[in-house]
Design a protein around this ligand. Structure first.
Ligand code: ACO
Length: 321
């Protein structure tokens, strides 16, 4: 059987940073409120002339360098975003062109904050089927463009960034490495709890992010723990056998409550939300890249990913790194 093995990861964060103190000058909020409710201290914001594909391309180049591969080695690009450069074509084809790749396929996928896990599962299935050999899985967002900067209940929560992973089809036996299992879920009954109030077909405009924060919070931990239980049941792994828990970075309280409910030790939890805010589809590959770069995640480690977001969508993935 074919397995999708991680060859490398990379990240890109825009240079400009926006601290909680900066936000307190823009809306009626405080560093204390934001840190206590969310764990966020600062976030990165794209420059006016920087678009999602610029962030994605930089992350892709970093992931290729980490993998020791050339752009020509890639035959599939799956890019998760809710903030594409344009309505069409897909942001993925801009990344493809930026890398100088003219073979294979590139497309976008949209599952909001769960986008990276959905993209990873999609890529994994394409690689396992034998259709493609090496895939760039990218999460890239410029949520700063869809924030209502006068709404303190949402504008303090999000940031911009991109992360990328190179997955390679390898025949089984690669020391048991690779994507072991993925589990995806959606329930559109919740679609109005977290949404953007505009769009091509409804308003012919972009719109702003709107959220019932307490409702999202209320559902998050249960959905996250359910889909992780699916991953453990499918593999026989557990909170005890995983080495690292790399959750979607929406909110420190959601992450901590999920880890406690699952019995995952705090020292196994990778946290970047304090530095990045919620970067939606980019948050997991950004966190993976950080923990890989500083030597925490090593070859052979068992890494658990999880995300939950608008839709609602939610999902998990278990990877032997
Ligand atoms: N600064 C100061 N006060 C604020 C701010 C702010 N930025 N935002 C809201 N408040 C006020 C509210 O107006 C309210 O005031 P009131 O009591 O006078 O009406 C008070 O703080 C409490 O508001 P709540 O909404 O009840 O605050 P809560 O404790 O629920 O925290 C939060 C809000 C952080 C949004 C929380 O609900 C949450 O984390 N929800 C999860 C949402 C989330 O993480 N979404 C991310 C996207 S989804 C995803 O990625 C999974």
């Amino acid at each position: 059987a074919i397995r999708s093995v991680v060859r490398g990861v990379g990240a890109y964060l825009p240079a400009r940073m926006l601290t909680n103190a900066d936000l307190a000058l823009m809306v009626d909020t405080s560093d204390e409120w934001i840190v206590q409710r969310t764990g966020i201290r600062t976030r990165h914001i794209a420059a006016d002339n920087e678009v999602t594909s610029d962030l994605a391309l930089a992350a892709a180049r970093a992931a290729l360098a980490d993998a020791g591969l050339e752009p020509g080695d890639i035959d599939l690009i799956v890019l998760a975003t809710s903030t594409p450069d344009n309505t069409f074509p897909a942001t993925a084809v801009s990344v493809q062109a930026g890398l100088g790749i003219t073979h294979g396929a590139a497309f976008d996928l949209q599952a909001v904050c769960s986008g990276f896990v959905f993209a990873l599962a999609t890529a994994d299935n394409f690689l396992k089927s034998g259709a493609y050999k090496r895939c760039l899985v990218i999460g890239a967002e410029t949520f700063s463009r869809i924030l209502d900067w006068s709404d303190r209940t949402t504008c303090v929560l999000f940031g911009d960034g991109a992360g990328a992973m190179v997955l390679e089809a390898a025949t089984d036996g690669a020391d048991g490495r690779g994507v072991l299992t993925t589990h995806l879920r959606s329930d559109g009954r919740h679609k109005n709890k977290l949404y953007v109030d505009g769009g091509v077909s409804s308003t012919r405009s972009v719109g702003f992010l709107r959220m019932e924060g307490r409702e999202v919070f209320r559902h998050a931990v249960g959905m996250i723990t359910d889909v992780i239980t699916d991953a453990f049941d499918a593999t026989g792994e557990s909170a005890q056998t995983i080495d690292w828990f790399v959750p979607h970075q929406a909110n420190r309280r959601i992450i901590d409550a999920s880890a406690v409910k699952l019995g995952i030790a705090p020292e196994k939890v990778v946290i970047t939300v304090d530095q990045h805010g919620n970067t939606s589809a980019a948050s997991i590959p950004l966190a993976l890249a950080a923990a890989h770069a500083d030597g925490r995640i090593k070859k052979g480690d068992l890494v658990l990913l999880e995300a939950m977001g608008g839709g609602f969508t939610w999902g998990s993935a278990l990877i032997r790194w």
